[in-house]
Every structure is written in C-alpha cells, then in structure tokens.
Design a protein around this ligand. Structure first.
Ligand SMILES: Cc1ncc(COP(=O)(O)O)c(C=O)c1O
Length: 417
C-alpha cells in the first residue's frame, strides 16, 4: 500500500526554500552575523513592523520571552509586585516575570482559551501592577473588557501576541491596544526567524525607558546564531524524510551534537536563567524574518481557510472556534476539545498525523519544575480541564486542503469507532 506522507504540525512549519537559501547564504557570510553591527536588516524589520502596526516604535530582540523580560524590566517595578497572566500558557512566559523578581498570579481562561475578563477582578490586589493578555492560537482575547478593568484599576496592559501576529479586533491589530505588545518569531510561530521577538509600544511615556534598556542589551552568542542558521537547512532535509525515520534521526543527532537548539531548554524548564539573556536580534536572523514578513498575510489567509474547512468538516469535538465568529483570528493552530486528548494524539501519530498538544498542563510543557512555576493545582479549573482535552490541528502553508481532509476523516472515524 502507498505510504501516506507524514503530516507534522511542528518541525519548522513555516520554513520555505527561500529561508533555506538565505540561511545557507548567511552561513558562508559570517561577517554579517554579528549583531553589534546592528545591520540594515534589523533596522528595516523594526521599521516595517512599526508601520504594519501603525505604532511609533518597534524593537527586535532575541525571542518572545526576551521581549517580555525587557518590557517588564523597563517598568522598574519593585520586587514582589504582581503580574497577572493566564495559567494556560508556557513556562518561558512565567520565567520572564520571575526573573524580574516579580510574582506571577494565575488567572483562569474563557472559551476562547484566553484570559477570562470575568475572572480577572478577583485576582487583582494592592500589589498588582500589570496584566498580560495572551491571544492564544491567534484568537483575540476579550480586550475591550480587560482594557476597561486595567484602566479603572491603573494597571499596565501587556499584550502577548506570540501566537497572533496579524490578528485584529474590529480592524485594529492585536498588540496595539495595550500599553505594550510583544511577538515571537520563533520557529513554530506565525512567522519564523527560527528565534526572534518583537516589542511594540505606542505609549510615549514608556518609549525612552525601552530605548535606554535596548541600547544596553547583549548580542546573541555566535554559537546560537550558528544553530539558528543551521535549523532551516537541517529541517528542509528532515521534514520530507520524517516518515521514514531518517528525518527524526537527523533532528535527534542535530540536537545531541548541539547543531540545533531547543525551543525550551532544560534550564528554562527548571526556571533557571543561563547563558546570555536578554539579547538583541542579530542581523542574520532579521534577514530570515524579513523574508517571512512578506509572506505573513498569505500565511494567515491560508490558516483561516484551513480553519474554516476544519470547522465545517469536523463532526466531533467541542468548543470548535468558528472563523465566521472570530473574524480577526489568524489560527496559528486550530484548537478543539476531545474527551481524552492523549490517546487520540497517540493514535493520530500512529496514522502518520502529528497533531499539537498546546498546552497539556497549566504552564507548559509538562516536564517543568511545577514548584518554580508557582501554579497551584486546582487554582484554575477551566484551564486544567482544557489541558486534558485540548488538541491542535495544523494550519501552516505546507498543509494542503487534502491534508486537512485526511485529518478530518481521521478524527471523525476515530471518535465514531
Ligand atoms: C503564549 C506564548 N507567549 C510567549 C512565548 C515566548 O516566545 P518565544 O518562544 O519566542 O520566546 C511563547 C512560546 O514559547 C508562547 O507560547
């Protein structure tokens, strides 16, 4: 029988041949890498990013987690002051709060997988200084209500747009409605520079603080730039050969030999800061980001198109997000709930379909130091229930309509069997 190709939600989902060529060109031009050159690509990326969002300024940094760290640092908050965020999130977000000696306070989520505006009030104390609102999977949060609460209580609003570059609420881009917005240009995000992050800010009062901090940021170590440039090359071989194990082996060997970096390091899972942090984005990676930035609108159109196919075709699962309701959503991944996510994900994998499990524990991934994360079991019941039931379907450019149909058939049959 003809072996079907492996469908994989991960493994550098946005990588195109142009990224691979650019990365190869950069590898043979190492004098272009050093970020102390603050090359033209970084400046161009910041300018285009600010223009795209219609904001005063944008800053390019080493990753989304570094972007959040820099924002919080620029605020000069006192140790022990509190920052509210949703518990359905990633450990690296929590680390950026804790490493600023601030206290993360976890809030529950609503049906859009985002911070619940109804639950927020009860989490605010006299020590609360900021609220991070996350637009999970590229589905915009209930920002109007949350903004109103922040305004009334004098809290700083930070939009976590790591999943949501290009999403909007009634025509206004996410990231532009809070005091700050930050984005991830990581390998599994909306566009990829393999690793990268952006900060935007439209509030005059915070611009000089960010500027002065940014000017003191360290450069990304050369070893990390090298790993990031090798990533598109190795993935372009690993992806088509993943189903016959060669690709998987290549990825494992690449990581063992430290030719590839991890998205979340072991130290980060333990809540430990190591290496150079935070950093500026190097010119070599800004070049990759610029290539992908040109593709952004097409990527997001495709993501919405596939999401509509999933929404119309799936006869199983619950809490399916309706693209006609969330018109500004970009669906980095298409989420739905099933009764038992783990066995389903395993069966799908055995059928050559690797789906996503963001997030399978409150404060993901599951193998973090749960004491360090500060999340108490039982604290936020909706988040905990979603973590047991959630699966995410791929929406990236390399997933065709027929791939989406194959996923739909698998899911419809799996649950009816
Ligand atoms: C919701 C969310 N915010 C922020 C980040 C941090 O982005 P980055 O991986 O670029 O540091 C991530 C991903 O890790 C994320 O999932």
């Amino acid at each position: 029988m003809l072996k079907l190709k492996t469908i994989n939600i991960a493994l550098s989902p946005n990588n195109t041949w142009r990224d691979t060529l650019e990365a190869a060109a950069q590898l043979v031009l190492p004098w272009n890498w050093w970020s102390w050159r603050r090359g033209r690509a970084v400046v161009e990326l910041e300018t285009r990013f600010a223009e795209y969002h219609g904001v005063k300024r944008a800053w390019a940094v080493g990753s989304g987690r570094e972007a959040l760290y820099v924002i919080l640092k620029s605020l000069n908050l006192k140790p022990g002051e509190e920052v509210i965020l949703q518990s359905f999130t990633c450990m690296v977000v929590v680390n950026s709060i804790v490493w600023n000696r601030l206290k993360p306070v976890f809030c529950d989520i609503d049906e859009s997988y985002n911070l619940s505006a109804d639950a927020l009030g009860a989490k605010i104390t006299s020590k609360t200084r900021a609220v991070i609102v996350q637009h999970t999977f590229g589905i915009p949060a209930q920002l109007d209500k949350i903004r109103k609460i922040c305004h009334e209580r004098g809290l700083i609003l930070i939009e976590d747009c790591a999943h949501a570059l290009g999403a909007d609420i009634a025509g206004r881009k996410v990231g532009t409605m809070g005091d700050f917005g930050f984005y991830s240009l990581g390998r599994s995000k909306v566009i990829s520079a393999v690793s990268g992050g952006m900060i935007i800010c439209n509030n005059e009062k915070y611009l000089s603080g960010l500027d002065s901090l940014y000017s003191k940021l360290a450069d990304k170590p050369v070893s990390l730039i090298l790993q990031n440039l090798l990533h598109p090359l190795i993935c372009s071989i690993a992806k088509p050969t993943y189903g016959i194990w060669i690709g998987k082996l290549l990825m494992v060997i690449g990581q063992k030999l430290k030719l590839l970096s991890f998205e979340v390091t072991k130290a980060e899972k333990l809540g430990v800061s190591e290496g150079v942090f935070p950093t500026r984005m190097p010119n070599a990676l800004a070049k990759l980001a610029l290539i992908q930035f040109q593709l952004l609108d097409n990527f997001n159109k495709h993501r919405r198109y596939l999401s509509k196919i999933y929404f119309d075709g799936l006869k199983v699962g619950s809490n399916l997000s309706d693209p006609d309701k969330y018109t500004g959503a970009i669906y980095l991944r298409y989420p739905l709930l099933v009764t038992a996510a783990r066995p389903l994900l395993l069966a799908a994998k055995n059928a050559g379909i690797i789906l996503g499990d963001w997030y399978s524990t409150p404060v993901a991934p599951p193998d973090i130091d749960h004491v360090k994360s500060g999340y108490q079991n039982g604290e936020n019941p909706s988040s905990e229930k979603v973590c047991l039931e959630i699966i995410n379907l791929p929406t990236q450019q390399n997933i065709s309509e027929s791939d989406a149909e194959r996923i739909i058939n698998f899911l419809n049959n799996y649950v009816s069997n």
